[in-house]
Design a protein around this ligand. Sequence first.
Ligand code: FAD
Length: 471
Amino acid sequence: MEIDGFRGRLITAEHAGYDSARAVWNGAVDRRPRLIARCGGTADVAAAVRFAREHDLEIAVRGGGHNVAGTAVCDDGIVIDLSPMRAVRVDPAGRTARVQGGALWGDVDHETQTHGLATTGGIVSHTGVAGLALGGGIGFLMRKHGLTVDNLLAAEVVTAEGGIVQASADEHPDLFWALRGGGGNFGVVTSFRFALHPVGPTVLAGPVFWAAEDTTDVLRFYRDFAAAAPDELGSVVRLGTVPPLPIIPKHLHHRPAIAVACCYAGGVDDGERAVRALRRFGTPLLDLLAPTPYVAHQSGLDDTVPHGWHYYWKSTNLAGLSDRAVDAIADHAYAAGSPRTYTAMFHLGGAVARVPGDATAYAGRDVAHNIIIDAVWLPDESGEHAAAETAWARRFLEALRPHRAGGVYVNFLDSDDDTSRVHEAYGDHIVRLAEVKATYDPDNAFHHNKNIRPGRAGAGAIGRETVAPQH
Ligand code: FAD
């Protein structure tokens, strides 16, 4: 098979590397594309899109391949795979970085930190930039520096017709708005330009652990601590068992525990003051908060969520951390069967909440906490074990129903039984998103994602039905 004007690598089921090329981070995803087009640059991406359209092929777009729903790969169609496109070029004087569409966050942190700079990215370094950025982008720096989309200055996009456009505040501003939260619905982003900020390279960062029995007290304390925290302090709560990382004493491995992981995006001394009350609370099992290279902090969780394990997620925005919400979390968080299963809760607010709600397509800026319930099992534990972990995640989400705020972070939605929730992720932005979709992808060629159907206000229904079933 050949693609006109394509200089990358084409992989089909006949090639030895087919199985590894179609594998994504979530090992539970097992799809068999007809063709994987490994792109070397923008021209290859454009050629692959044109080929797919001419041959009416199902299209999946792959950035880092991390989406839990596995939308980076499809059955029987073409995967437009940007994984060779990982270059990051930093302009230290202008404090910007140009990042190719297949880069991972570890690539960005590595290059930008050489200059003592960073932008808001994910909390695991092997996550892809593209999918994360297009959904919004939450991470340790967001309260100080905004979401990843708040740092997006421009994007180069291959459209559904195979054309190439630049999107920024000045060029195609409608597309630029939609790219900042509307996911991969509008085209293939071949490069991003992000604003950077001075961060570290040494930051005060790391987790403090308490025994699971202390969860209610820790969460009640954390609720007030987080509400009063300076913007510089990013934190994520993790509930589950202590991961068996080399940095953690062996006797604590696999012990049920709650951790609050912090990263202070400012001076270490100021950070010490900001976390003092947290580390003095109760009787921590372990306090690993210390001056740490930012890149080391950003990859500290990598080994707890490796490629190939099987994952199933449930998530929601929370209305707050009332005593009853805290009780519901404490009651369910440790009831899973697998020591690898965990729950994480992000603290938003700060700079995220100060951007007007309609400035970008990201919905949910007024939410202070969201929660992600991550059921995990090993490839050889499928069957009963998988069913039990999955059922636990569903029960946990159900128990949180009275404590949910409207909405869910689009990048935390899974497939299957989350399909009906896609409209929750886009909220009121769905009408405007559908209109931009109608302009740039009227045939919905890019639908293997958290899909937005093309639509025009006044030309038929726009709303819940605008969100197509997810493939
Ligand atoms: P992929 O699986 O490659 O793609 C997912 C979808 O994104 C595709 O179906 C496509 O629609 C679109 N897409 C991908 N690349 C492109 C492109 N170049 N152009 C256009 N569309 C594209 N999210 C956060 O915000 N913060 C976190 O801290 C965070 N931590 C995570 C940790 C782990 C271990 C995992 C698995 C996920 C995490 N996420 C986080 C969620 C993450 O944002 C999503 O999984 C996201 O989809 C990952 O991007 P990717 O490029 O790897 O996705």
